[in-house]
Write a protein that binds this ligand. Structure first.
Ligand code: ZN
Length: 133
């Protein structure tokens, strides 16, 4: 895997959290995007070479709503950039990791994504992201 592509943070109020992280990082939200398939609204901030993805639930049954109900706001996942997501998914499966989908999905920010179940990754929800060119 390549670098950490972004860190995903679950929030209850995207607008308020966007302002908070703009102040914290001294930067600006450069993109807001709904990912309807995942039931989330996202906001991105660039911080040096890294990105922060803020995630707000679009509905009560979205994974983000469930996460916040259980654990509160906070770090939700760490995303790693990969060159070939299908090859990486195959490698991880052969190593015994549990993937949350059999095929890559279309994620925010022009990416193909796949999540690794936290149960198989030391309690951390890991996201693989491949840039779609
Ligand atoms: Zn993400």
């Amino acid at each position: 895997m390549n670098k950490i592509e972004h860190i995903g943070i679950a929030v209850t109020d995207l607008k308020a959290a966007g302002s908070l992280y703009e102040k914290l990082l001294n930067t600006h939200v450069y993109k807001i995007e709904d990912v309807a398939a995942e039931g989330v609204k996202t906001a991105f901030l660039q911080n040096g070479p890294n990105k922060i993805e803020l995630l707000e639930a679009l509905s009560a049954d979205s994974a983000i709503a469930k996460f916040i109900a259980k654990k509160g706001e906070g770090i939700h996942h760490i995303a790693f950039e990969v060159d070939d997501i299908v090859a990486e998914m195959t490698r991880l499966k052969s190593e015994g990791f549990i993937l949350l989908s059999d095929e890559p999905k279309r994620g925010a920010d022009h990416k193909l994504v796949c999540f690794v179940h936290p149960k198989s990754a030391g309690g951390v929800l890991v996201e693989l992201v491949q840039e779609v060119r």
